[in-house]
Design a protein around this ligand. Structure first.
Ligand SMILES: [Zn+2]
Length: 108
Protein backbone atom coordinates (compact mmCIF):
# COMPACT_ATOMS: atom_id res chain seq x y z
CA UNK A 1 0.00 0.00 0.00
CA UNK A 2 1.29 3.39 -0.95
CA UNK A 3 0.33 5.25 2.20
CA UNK A 4 1.88 2.68 4.43
CA UNK A 5 5.13 2.69 2.49
CA UNK A 6 5.48 6.44 2.76
CA UNK A 7 4.96 6.34 6.52
CA UNK A 8 7.69 3.75 6.79
CA UNK A 9 9.97 5.87 4.68
CA UNK A 10 9.38 8.82 6.96
CA UNK A 11 10.15 6.70 10.01
CA UNK A 12 13.34 5.51 8.45
CA UNK A 13 14.42 9.04 7.66
CA UNK A 14 13.66 10.15 11.19
CA UNK A 15 15.71 7.25 12.51
CA UNK A 16 18.62 8.12 10.22
CA UNK A 17 18.50 11.68 11.45
CA UNK A 18 18.51 10.56 15.06
CA UNK A 19 21.58 8.41 14.44
CA UNK A 20 23.24 11.27 12.58
CA UNK A 21 22.66 13.54 15.59
CA UNK A 22 24.23 10.98 17.88
CA UNK A 23 27.22 10.68 15.58
CA UNK A 24 27.62 14.44 15.61
CA UNK A 25 27.62 14.45 19.42
CA UNK A 26 30.28 11.77 19.52
CA UNK A 27 32.41 13.52 16.91
CA UNK A 28 32.06 16.79 18.77
CA UNK A 29 33.32 15.10 21.89
CA UNK A 30 36.28 13.61 20.04
CA UNK A 31 37.08 16.90 18.33
CA UNK A 32 37.19 18.65 21.70
CA UNK A 33 39.47 15.99 23.14
CA UNK A 34 41.86 16.18 20.21
CA UNK A 35 41.89 19.98 20.19
CA UNK A 36 42.62 20.11 23.90
CA UNK A 37 45.42 17.59 23.42
CA UNK A 38 46.88 19.87 20.76
CA UNK A 39 46.12 17.55 17.86
CA UNK A 40 44.51 20.21 15.74
CA UNK A 41 44.62 18.38 12.43
CA UNK A 42 42.61 15.48 13.75
CA UNK A 43 40.23 17.86 15.52
CA UNK A 44 39.65 19.63 12.23
CA UNK A 45 38.94 16.35 10.50
CA UNK A 46 36.26 15.58 13.08
CA UNK A 47 34.79 19.03 12.58
CA UNK A 48 34.73 18.41 8.81
CA UNK A 49 32.74 15.25 9.43
CA UNK A 50 30.35 17.02 11.79
CA UNK A 51 29.62 19.69 9.20
CA UNK A 52 29.24 17.15 6.43
CA UNK A 53 26.77 15.05 8.41
CA UNK A 54 24.86 18.14 9.54
CA UNK A 55 24.52 19.31 5.95
CA UNK A 56 23.50 15.92 4.64
CA UNK A 57 20.78 15.40 7.23
CA UNK A 58 19.81 19.03 7.50
CA UNK A 59 20.67 19.17 11.20
CA UNK A 60 21.16 22.49 12.90
CA UNK A 61 24.11 22.61 15.23
CA UNK A 62 23.29 23.91 18.67
CA UNK A 63 24.69 27.01 20.25
CA UNK A 64 27.52 25.20 21.99
CA UNK A 65 28.72 23.44 18.85
CA UNK A 66 28.60 26.58 16.76
CA UNK A 67 30.59 28.39 19.40
CA UNK A 68 33.41 25.86 19.17
CA UNK A 69 33.59 25.53 15.41
CA UNK A 70 35.29 27.99 13.09
CA UNK A 71 33.09 28.24 10.03
CA UNK A 72 35.89 29.41 7.83
CA UNK A 73 38.70 26.94 8.51
CA UNK A 74 36.79 24.27 10.51
CA UNK A 75 39.16 24.49 13.46
CA UNK A 76 37.84 23.39 16.81
CA UNK A 77 37.93 26.50 18.96
CA UNK A 78 39.26 26.18 22.49
CA UNK A 79 39.52 29.50 24.31
CA UNK A 80 43.14 30.22 25.21
CA UNK A 81 44.37 27.64 22.74
CA UNK A 82 42.90 27.97 19.29
CA UNK A 83 40.64 30.89 20.04
CA UNK A 84 40.81 34.24 21.70
CA UNK A 85 37.67 35.32 23.48
CA UNK A 86 36.94 38.90 24.39
CA UNK A 87 34.03 40.90 25.63
CA UNK A 88 33.39 43.98 23.61
CA UNK A 89 30.44 46.36 23.85
CA UNK A 90 28.10 43.74 25.18
CA UNK A 91 29.25 41.15 22.68
CA UNK A 92 31.40 38.09 22.92
CA UNK A 93 34.02 38.22 20.20
CA UNK A 94 35.70 34.95 19.34
CA UNK A 95 38.77 35.02 17.17
CA UNK A 96 40.02 31.87 15.52
CA UNK A 97 43.77 31.81 16.02
CA UNK A 98 44.15 29.40 13.13
CA UNK A 99 42.76 31.59 10.36
CA UNK A 100 42.00 34.91 12.05
CA UNK A 101 38.27 34.72 11.47
CA UNK A 102 36.03 36.53 13.94
CA UNK A 103 32.58 35.75 15.19
CA UNK A 104 30.39 37.70 17.51
CA UNK A 105 27.62 36.78 19.86
CA UNK A 106 25.37 38.93 21.96
CA UNK A 107 26.46 38.65 25.55
CA UNK A 108 24.02 36.95 27.87
ZN1 LIG B 1 39.40 29.50 11.59
Amino acid sequence: MRGYASVRRRDRRRMAKKIARERIDILFHLARERAEAGDLDLARRYVDLILRIARKYNIRLGREKKYHICKRCHAFLVPGKTAQVRLKKGKVVVKCLECGNYKRYPYR
